[in-house]
Design a protein around this ligand. Structure first.
Ligand SMILES: Nc1ncnc2c1ncn2[C@@H]1O[C@H](COP(=O)(O)OP(=O)(O)OP(=O)(O)O)[C@@H](O)[C@H]1O
Ligand SMILES: [Mg+2]
Length: 414
């Protein structure tokens, strides 16, 4: 049994196979003796369908835990009345607050964050189970990418608010309510808002640290070998990195298998092979796991088992397969910076090529495609230097797309 609860998020674009992979992983872990919960964070739940369960079983459970076999529970979070009541009171205020100021500067600029009740209540459950040590593993079957980013942004939002504003504001609200506008442009709510927010915060407190602890929480991005899907996976990769979360595998699902010989699919097979090859450029050194298109849909325990065996084989499904954040974004002394982990420390010239919101980095034979946040997409890399095992790229003022920058170790003064 594991000492501390492990959390794995399965995220990706709509329809790529998140629910199938989550359910299969759950079955495999339960079989290996881990107390496992597969929790659906997607309001359009399909976990029970994936396990091919009687829908009435889940309908009766009303969003609570349902044990479906030895060591295996599922939960499709519904909006709990209590939370709904709670949330109504707080929602208006948080929304207005988020319009006024925000978070980490890059994050706030990048995303309009309006966490929904499902996200908040799912995180409350996760935190509750963490505190109770209820499970060994929680697998989160996430909503398609956009919503799952709002989900993980929730604790950051609250944390930021509580730390930076709440303590000061509450005192200020009491003392100087009549003249608060001279102090700050942040709206001041009544005392009951603070009480509600405080209890909400208390229920979420600590979960943010667990989400960014790479020993406990990792993200597995599920994708398909298709251009549009891969583009979105790159962006998801960037966003999760922005939040400081660790991606420990990219799962390329639905690859046309070799056995398919029909002429009609020849072009598709070619395309898939090309895209599978390019996946390395996008995500290495994060492990890339491949799954074929099966000869039927993945429905019920037998099919899920087949998927789990193919995906994990001798791999440990609960292990952390990659620990480090492959890149980090920050703002240092007013300059935007990207830090990239290099597989080797010593190298010669660094070539940077920017195309729209993608930065292509070449160091010797090493090539990496980095999706950039909007904030950086219209800026030019101004310098690049190698520090230890990291490549540090600074961004200056705007430039035209397609511009090439050469920055060597020496030029950058490293
Ligand atoms: N490797 C595969 N081979 C064959 N069918 C697959 C494979 N992976 C997934 N499927 C099928 O594709 C469909 C979509 O899969 P799934 O529901 O797991 O995707 P999802 O990412 O959870 O979708 P959504 O974003 O709608 O929640 C399902 O019918 C599933 O059975
Ligand atoms: Mg799904």
């Amino acid at each position: 049994m594991l000492k501390r609860m492990r959390i794995i998020l399965f995220a990706g674009k709509g329809g790529v196979g998140k629910t199938s992979v989550s359910a299969a992983t759950g079955l495999e872990l339960a079989r290996r003796g881990c107390r496992t919960l597969v929790m659906s964070v997607d309001p359009a739940h399909s976990l029970s369908d994936s396990f091919d369960l009687d829908r009435r079983l889940l309908d009766r459970s009303q969003g609570r835990l349902t044990r479906i076999r030895n060591n295996l529970w599922i939960q499709e979070v519904e909006i709990q009345e209590e939370i709904q009541r709670h949330w109504r009171e707080v929602h208006g205020y948080i929304s207005s607050l988020l319009n006024v100021s925000g978070l980490n500067e890059i994050l706030a600029e990048e995303l309009a964050i309006f966490p929904s009740m499902e996200e908040v209540s799912s995180l409350m459950y996760v935190n509750q189970y963490l505190r109770d040590n209820r499970f060994d593993v929680i697998l989160l079957d996430c909503a398609p990418t956009g919503e799952s980013l709002r989900f993980i942004s929730m604790p950051t939002t609250l944390e930021w608010y509580m730390n930076k504003i709440f303590t000061v504001q509450r005192g200020v609200a009491r003392m100087v309510r009549p003249m608060h506008s001279t102090f700050t442009s942040i709206p001041l709510p009544g005392d009951d808002y603070f009480a509600n927010l405080e209890s909400l915060y208390e229920k979420l407190r600590g979960v943010d640290r667990v989400l960014v602890d790479s020993n406990r929480t990792t993200v597995r991005l599920v994708t398909n070998p298709e251009k549009v899907v891969l583009r979105e996976t790159q962006r998801a990769f960037m966003y999760f990195s922005l939040y400081g979360m660790t991606i420990d595998a990219v799962i390329v699902n639905r690859i046309l298998p070799r056995e398919v010989r029909d002429d009609f699919f020849a072009g598709w097979k070619n395309l898939h092979q090309r895209y599978v090859a390019s996946v390395e450029d996008m995500f290495a050194p994060v492990p890339i796991w491949k799954l074929p298109l099966f000869d039927s849909e993945i429905l019920g325990v037998r099919e899920l088992d087949r998927l789990a065996k193919t995906l994990y084989g001798s791999r440990d499904p609960v292990g952390v397969h990659y620990h480090e954040a492959p890149y980090k974004f920050s703002k240092v002394n007013g300059t935007y910076q990207v830090r990239l982990k290099l597989p080797f420390a010593d190298s010669e010239d660094v070539d940077l090529y920017q195309r729209f919101d993608e930065l292509i980095v070449r160091v010797g034979s090493y090539k990496r495609h980095v999706a950039l946040p909007q904030r950086l997409a219209n800026r030019a890399p101004s310098s690049a230097k190698i520090q230890g095992s990291e490549l540090v790229i600074n961004f200056g003022k705007g430039m035209k797309d397609g511009q090439q920058t050469k920055a060597s170790k020496q030029e950058a003064g490293a």
